[in-house]
Design a protein around this ligand. Structure first.
Ligand code: SF4
Length: 371
């Protein structure tokens, strides 16, 4: 297949769904890690093609959703300073902090800019030597190489007015945290294809073996996801727990060694808090001491700040696959994309946003007993 339309072919999708039905004899719960996969599943109704015995639950693979409240507050504090140009991916601007969001800072006159690349922020720093330019470095292994590149280049060029607010998280420790939780109901994973494009999938072998959970590296188009589910269910039915690669057109076992080297040069593995989940050991990236001058938390003296999350938002349970978005009492009632209570309702990859966009009427009708 060469074109996107071919990966969305309805007849082929029906064949995969029939194959999944044929191999399924027992109930299985499978988690798709990535929020991009969640949106494909809900948008294309993939879950509705599956036999009732298969339950898909959504994972913590949305970088906006898992950024902890205190880092949003830190971003807001930095962005409100008069000497700062604060740069971020667009989704982060509407994520609620303890009292406001970055949009409000912008509305009040803060210089908050939406960018698509940290290299653009570095360019802005060079053009504005009298300002401090800060980039909000959120994401998984996928965005880490670009952030590492920007910091590395800033150091090489001796640029002093650039820094990043780091909120990098790593997928495999989160999978272990989910599988090791007493509330866990996940029996197999669809691993995020783009993360594996960078990191490969060797890290998954010990996880699959330890927890006896198949892990299938999976892409994002409907046929990718259906094939990934078929591979996962087949393993579960056969009592296997192996790492398999559905996304062979993009992912190699060893990943992108050049990108991994660059990440390793600039970042080190640290404990990270995940929004709604709490701290997971060795689950994030922080700047190495030799790049400390590019750490915005250090530069602006914000390392000690902490914040309490709202008890109304059950994003932790949603992100760990314990509950579905519509099971949150606030869903569509006091939490909407216009007035979000939590990040999963804001982000383009958020599970709550996906259900609100594609399933809201159906969910609300069911709740009202009309279906
Ligand atoms: S619906 Fe809103 S309040 Fe509920 S989990 Fe999702 S983001 Fe949080």
């Amino acid at each position: 297949m060469k074109f996107v339309t071919e990966y969305r072919d309805a007849a082929a999708a029906a064949e995969y769904a029939a194959a999944i039905t044929r191999v399924t004899t027992r109930p299985w719960t499978i988690m798709e890690i990535c929020g991009g996969q969640t949106h494909s599943i809900v948008k294309f109704g993939i879950d509705e093609l599956l036999p009732k015995k298969i339950t898909l639950v959504h994972g913590p693979g949305c970088p906006v959703c898992v950024t902890p409240l205190e880092l949003i507050d830190k971003a807001i504090a930095i962005a409100g300073r008069p000497e700062v140009i604060f740069c971020s991916f667009g989704d982060m601007l509407r994520v609620p902090g303890s009292e406001r969001d970055l949009f409000e800072v912008k509305a009040r006159g803060g210089d908050v800019r939406i960018l698509y690349s940290p290299m653009d922020a570095l360019k802005i720093a060079k053009e504005n030597p009298d300002k401090q330019v800060v980039f909000f470095a959120v994401g998984f292994e996928t965005t880490a190489p670009a952030h590492a590149m920007a910091v590395h280049q800033a150091k090489q060029e001796g640029i002093k007015n650039f820094s990043i607010l780091v909120s990098h998280v790593l997928v495999p420790p989160a999978m272990e945290a989910i599988l090791g939780s007493p509330e866990n109901r996940v029996q197999g994973f669809l691993a995020a294809g783009h993360v594996c494009t960078v990191m490969g999938f060797e890290e998954y072998y010990p996880i699959a073996a330890k927890y006896k959970a198949p892990i299938v590296v999976t892409g994002f188009e409907p046929l990718d996801i259906l094939q990934g589910i078929l591979m996962c269910v087949t393993q579960l039915e056969e009592g296997r727990a192996e790492v398999e690669n559905q996304y062979t057109r993009s992912v190699r076992r060893q990943g992108n060694r050049g990108a991994q080297e660059l990440i390793g040069k600039v970042f080190r593995v640290v404990a990270r808090k995940w929004r709604g989940v709490g701290e997971i050991p060795a689950s994030g990236l922080g700047l190495r001491p030799e790049f400390a001058e590019y750490d915005a938390e250090l530069k602006f003296g914000l390392t000690e700040y902490t914040a309490e999350e709202s008890s109304e938002c059950i994003s932790g349970e949603v992100l760990c696959g314990v509950k579905k978005p519509a099971e949150c009492p606030a869903f569509g009632v006091i939490c909407t994309p216009e007035k979000p209570l939590g990040a999963p309702m804001v982000s383009n990859e958020g599970a709550c946003a996906a259900y609100y966009r594609y399933r809201r009427m159906e969910v609300q009708s069911k709740a009202a007993g009309k279906v």
